[in-house]
Ligand binder design. Structure first.
Ligand code: CDP
Length: 772
């Protein structure tokens, strides 16, 4: 089925926040810090306030008077809305200017005079815990260092024992650098506070409208039932639109101060500089094996750079997200990982950019280590993986760090990959080309994702359990409306969620409308990220539709004057067992449910139903990827020649949407592996504030994707579906980097950190690593 929503998107008829025009709207711009670390000694706003079109200039002091200068983050920290004491990263919000039009607001920024007293910045996370490191968060009472958290998973002692007895141990420092989700639509908000009704309406480009409403209520003190959050069409999120940003709170304050709607739309540089980044994990990994390549154990230490405020969005119990899925797809005796989070003078956050809470970092590390082990043992990396993959009979499988994988047939996926790619022939071609002095590289990765957070008893964000609601209304004519708590950012939910209901009720997908993105019109739920929509909300939609089906059965039994037990279901119809001609369609039943039909006692009539789905476990999609690159050792340039991807996300609701999700994720992986980097100079100046500096892959950088699939249903999801949205972003960087390292093998290069730009590859060949 083609995507329903494309009819408006391809005609330019989508409605994004910036398209929303409310009468009397004022426009805002944010004044940002030019320095990474400095004390603010004075702010003079008089000249800006004298600008004829400026209505209000909000500073930290103005907010502090109303108790709004600081706000809670999704990770239990606090973040400055507007700086009052110090600035802690370049680009931090210092003042918010509201004017009649966006241009005047921008112009007036230059009229705000701020005196800064510069302080030394902490730019390299590896120095953040030095005893003489400047303390970034001196606002935190009693804290005199840059330490945020220590967290560990697995059995340290058992792991050490296995390592002590292992014949082969391979270790490597691996940096997963700071990258940015960089959605096409930047962040934007309109806040409209109605002084008469006391109702606040916030249009925001958000992945989690309900969570934003609860947070806004907590921050502003406005009762939650008087807040409506509307997230209209969203031009990409990738984790960037999970948190609440300071300008959102300023827009609310601005609307309360002016009595008018206040709109703020971020520009590209602001988005890249100040909204949440992703990754920035300094990882040290060790892998232990026998001499014949049976992998025994994994030991990992991570230093996590969280920037100036801990604004990550992770489930409360997991400060490093799901990083402990680092054991990947292999059958190990023991594993242990520990993660230390630190503050630095960089933009706050560390969101799960197109991955389920740090799975991308984990998957990349283990897949690099497996390749390094193959190099050490001089065995083929495909063969080494095949020897160690979990076997189908081991599922459900509990790994050494505590995850229970629901289902999988990993060897089948790897075998399909090797066959689809023509692996043997590729290796033969590589050998021939090496003799000619040409550098073809073949890289593999095998990944396991963990998607669909909850269950609620294990996972919450700021105390909100990770369950999601769905409400299904069936009109008298048999047409349906499904209301869901998750929010599409381009993933095609209006199509796939209609397909789920259509499948359960036996009606056409065009007869089901999907409503999302408006807290006044949808049930509560935590939103769309971590590929959780299909595993959680998709299940809720399916269960609500099954309840409708059961209600329809009672009504049909009254219509047909038989017992409900004597009815059997075929798509779209209840009929008398053994007599298919005696039956009623869902459309007939819906009409009867609203009619004067005499229903049994206790049966309300109408077919509407709802469900709050608390998933019993995550779903565990997986995949096997192969990348072929050619490297020019003279320039260091990498060209991706082929990319073959086998994905297993259980039952596919809409195969073409699934393929689209995989295409996007593979392109993401090429970008992260070869070109994307949010870099800083030693003073903390941000070096990637535009798309001229922060490179994104284009069609020119991507080959024609070669996709294949296996289908291993999730045993606990009502439809057997697992999430897919982020799998390819998680699995692909390792395949690309492993391919480049494979190409560089004749030069004796073991490892080089991403992004593998031409300069980085050239320097690796010269034996001069970029990092100290
Ligand atoms: O949470 P998010 O929508 O980002 O990720 P997802 O649940 O993996 O879904 C991405 C898109 O792929 C949605 O339109 C899904 O309904 C669709 N999908 C599918 O058709 N079949 C699956 N097994 C998984 C997702």
């Amino acid at each position: 089925m083609t995507r329903k929503e494309d009819a408006r998107f391809v005609r330019g008829r989508g409605t994004y926040v910036d398209d929303v025009r409310l009468p009397g709207t004022l426009h805002a711009a944010v004044l940002r810090s030019p320095l990474a670390h400095a004390r603010i000694t004075a702010i003079d706003t008089r000249a800006a306030e004298a600008h004829p079109k400026v209505r209000v200039v909000i500073t930290g002091a103005v907010l502090a008077d109303r108790g709004l200068a600081w706000m809670p983050t999704l990770s239990g920290d606090v973040q400055a809305v507007l700086a009052t004491d110090k600035v802690r990263f370049q680009g931090q919000e210092v003042a918010f200017v509201i004017a009649d039009d966006p241009y005047s607001a921008r112009d007036a920024l230059a009229l705000v005079d701020v005196d800064y007293d510069p302080l030394p910045p902490v730019v390299d996370a590896r120095t953040a815990l030095d005893p003489d490191a400047p303390v970034i968060r001196d606002d935190r009472e009693g804290r005199r260092d840059n330490h945020i958290f220590d967290w560990e998973a697995g059995d340290a002692a058992a792991t050490d024992r296995v390592f002590a007895g292992a014949a082969v141990v391979v270790a490597q420092d691996v940096l997963y650098p700071r990258v940015h989700p960089a959605p096409l639509e930047t962040c934007a908000v309109i806040a409209d506070h109605d002084v008469v009704t006391g109702k606040l309406t916030v249009w925001a480009t958000t992945q989690a409208p309900h969570a934003h409403r609860t947070l806004l209520a907590t921050i502003t003190g406005i009762p939650e039932h008087r807040i409506r959050v509307v997230s209209p069409d969203v031009g990409g999120g990738f984790g960037n639109k999970v948190p609440i940003y300071p300008a959102y709170v300023c827009a609310v304050a601005g609307s309360m101060l002016t009595g008018r709607p206040v709109k703020w739309t971020e520009d590209r540089s602001e988005n890249l500089m100040a909204t949440t980044f992703a990754r920035d994990y300094h990882m040290h990994g060790e892998i232990a094996s026998t001499v014949d390549g049976k992998i025994l154990a994994l030991r990992v230490r991570v230093l996590a750079d969280h920037g100036a405020f801990n604004g990550t969005a992770q489930p409360s119990k997991y400060p490093a997200g799901f990083f402990h899925i680092v054991t990947g797809s292999y059958d190990l005796e023991a594993a242990h990982c520990s993660v230390t989070g630190v503050y630095t003078n960089k933009a706050p956050g560390g969101v799960a950019y197109a991955c389920s809470f740090r799975v991308a970092e984990a998957s990349f590390l283990v897949e690099r280590l497996v390749d390094l082990l193959a190099l050490e043992l001089d065995v083929d990396p495909a063969e080494l993986r095949m020897r160690n993959l979990l076997r189908p009979e081991q599922f459900p499988y509990t790994c050494s760090t505590g995850w229970e994988y629901d289902s999988g047939d990993y060897p089948r996926a790897l075998a399909l990959l090797l066959e689809t790619a023509g692996y043997r022939e590729l290796r033969a071609e590589q050998a021939r080309r090496r003799e000619l002095g040409e550098h073809l590289g073949i890289g593999l990765s095998f990944f396991t994702e963990a998607v669909g957070a909850g269950p609620r008893k294990h996972m919450d964000i700021v105390g909100l359990g990770m369950a999601d609601g769905a409400e299904l209304r069936v009109h008298p004519t048999g047409k349906a409306v499904l209301r869901i708590s998750v929010q599409s950012q381009g993933q095609g939910h209006e199509t796939t969620f209609a397909q789920i209901v259509a499948h359960e009720l036996g009606i056409g997908p065009d007869d089901v409308d999907v409503v999302h993105g408006d807290t006044d019109a949808t049930p509560f739920g935590l939103g769309t990220y971590g590929s959780r929509s299909t595993p959680v909300s998709g299940a809720a939609a399916s269960m609500a539709a099954r309840k409708v089906r059961e209600r329809a059965r009672i009504v049909a039994s009254a219509m047909l004057e038989v017992s409900p037990d004597d009815l059997e279901w075929s798509p779209g119809r209840w009929s008398v067992r053994g007599d298919p001609t005696a039956g009623k369609s869902i459309t007939e039943i819906a009409a009867a449910a609203h009619s004067d039909l005499d229903l049994p006692d206790g049966v309300e009539g109408q077919l509407d139903a709802s469900c709050v789905y608390n998933p019993p476990n995550l779903t565990f999609p997986f995949g096997a990827y192969l990348c072929v690159v050619e490297v020019d050792p003279g320039t260091g340039q990498v060209v991706v020649r082929r990319f073959v991807a086998v994905d297993d996300c259980g039952v596919r609701i809409n195969p073409s949407i699934v393929e689209g999700q995989v295409h996007g994720g593979l392109a993401d992986g090429i970008g992260v592996a070869l070109m994307e980097l949010i870099a800083f100079d030693p003073d903390g100046n941000h070096l990637g504030g535009s798309f001229m500096d922060y490179l994104l892959p284009t069609a020119v950088d991507c080959p024609s994707w070669e996709l294949a699939e296996t289908v291993t249903p999730s045993p606990h999801h009502p439809l057997g579906a697992k999430g897919i949205g982020e799998c390819a972003t998680v699995g692909s960087p390792a395949a690309v980097v492993n391919a480049v390292m494979d190409a560089l093998r004749p030069f004796g290069v073991r490892h080089a950190d991403m992004p593998l730009t031409p300069a980085a590859v050239w320097r690796a060949i010269q034996g001069r690593p970029l990092r100290g």
